[in-house]
Structure formats: structure tokens, C-alpha cells
Write a protein of this length. Structure first.
Length: 94
């Protein structure tokens, strides 16, 4: 029974979207919109239910990594009560 509980806890921790994944660590947050050396890979919306903008940014970086992006440019951060959303464009830059 203890091993089942441990696996459930481990799975819950591993699936936390605010935890920066190994691939997400490779995604840079750009200070300004990139020039022509980058290709748009898509749009992402990072969220955190505890209201943390940092953790919402981590979620956005994880989502961008799934799109094979290596950078994001944040267009908007929206605090809304307990939830914070980070809207960003994901890029693949040279």
C-alpha cells in the first residue's frame, strides 16, 4: 500500500505544470520581440492556480518546449484572483 501511495505522489509531482521540465529549462525568455532570425512555433498560455507569475512563466516555457521552441516572448501577464496567466509567443531561434 505504501508503494502505491508513493507512486501516486510521485506522479502528481511529475505532472505539476509549474515545475520547469528539462526541456523547459532550454527555453529562454526574451526581453524583446525577436528579429527575423526566429521562426514562430505557436502561441502558449502558462497558468498558475496559486497566482505566481514565476510559476506561470515556467508553465509557458514547458508548453513552448513541447512545440520544439527554444525561446518565448511574453506578450501579457494577467493576474485574475488566484490564477495568473502568461500569454507568450514561442519561437525557434538560430
Amino acid at each position: 500500500m505504501k508503494s502505491i501511495f508513493f507512486l501516486v505522489v510521485l506522479a502528481a509531482c511529475a505532472s505539476n505544470p509549474a515545475t520547469l521540465s528539462e526541456q523547459g529549462r532550454e527555453v529562454q525568455v526574451l526581453a524583446s520581440k525577436p528579429a527575423t532570425e526566429c521562426t514562430v512555433m505557436g502561441k502558449v498560455v502558462g497558468e498558475n492556480q496559486q497566482g505566481s507569475a514565476d510559476l506561470a512563466r515556467n508553465h509557458a516555457r514547458n508548453l513552448a518546449a513541447k512545440l520544439r521552441a527554444n525561446a518565448i516572448f511574453i506578450t501579457q501577464e494577467v493576474p485574475n484572483g488566484q490564477t495568473t496567466q502568461v500569454f507568450a509567443t514561442a519561437y525557434q531561434c538560430e
